[in-house]
Design a protein around this ligand. Sequence first.
Ligand code: CDP
Ligand code: MG
Length: 223
Amino acid sequence: MSEKDLTLVLIKPDGLTHSLTGDILTQLSAPSMEIAGAKVVSVDRDLAEAHYWEHKEKPYFETTIRYLLGEYHSNHRVMALAYYGEDAIATIRKKMGPTNPLVAKHDPAALTSIRAKYGSIEPVKNDDGSDMIINGSTVFLFFNLVHGSDGPQTAEYEVKLWFQPEDIAEAKRVQVAKPGSRFETVERIVREFDQAGNQLGEKTVLAWKKPAEQVREEMKNKG
Ligand code: CDP
Ligand code: MG
């Protein structure tokens, strides 16, 4: 049997603005997965940048941060969920569909995915309402409604970033605090990120360090 995953899902601000949370939760549900944590979060720039740290150099970084901050939807909240189950990371990614909503709408294998059904691509607007143009091209953004972790390491980092240990059901929390977890990698990501000027990792991700050490101690005592 393959290992069970704990993975992060975000319903982005447009999902809340368009009252799609119920539909999205229904689409995400599967007998193989359960919800291990859920909360509504008021996102600030530090959290958004820590979340999308891997995209820092990408041309779409700033607009993607603004999207997560809710600046395009007059709503500064997102819903954060941790799903737990066998192959939860891949199961969620499949239910979400491809990153680009247009690709999702034309991919026969993704026609019923969340991004195919509800996603859109729109030109990004300047403050004065005109289309944003960079290097002669209109800037478009994928409004794709949901985020899902893309692998075990990012899942661990992202669950630890968005949730405090006590927010996650204890039996599932062990999954991201167990001996031999990818915690060392996560710590390294946080250190590198914090060196770039964002102190959020110290406050959030490293809150998991103590539970991780406790679990290691318990495992040692059990022999
Ligand atoms: O969300 P996913 O993992 O499928 O895609 P990603 O490649 O990790 O990109 C993160 C987010 O950046 C996407 O979900 C989009 O909201 C945004 N993005 C965009 O607007 N335009 C692109 N060309 C690529 C990403
Ligand atoms: Mg991604």
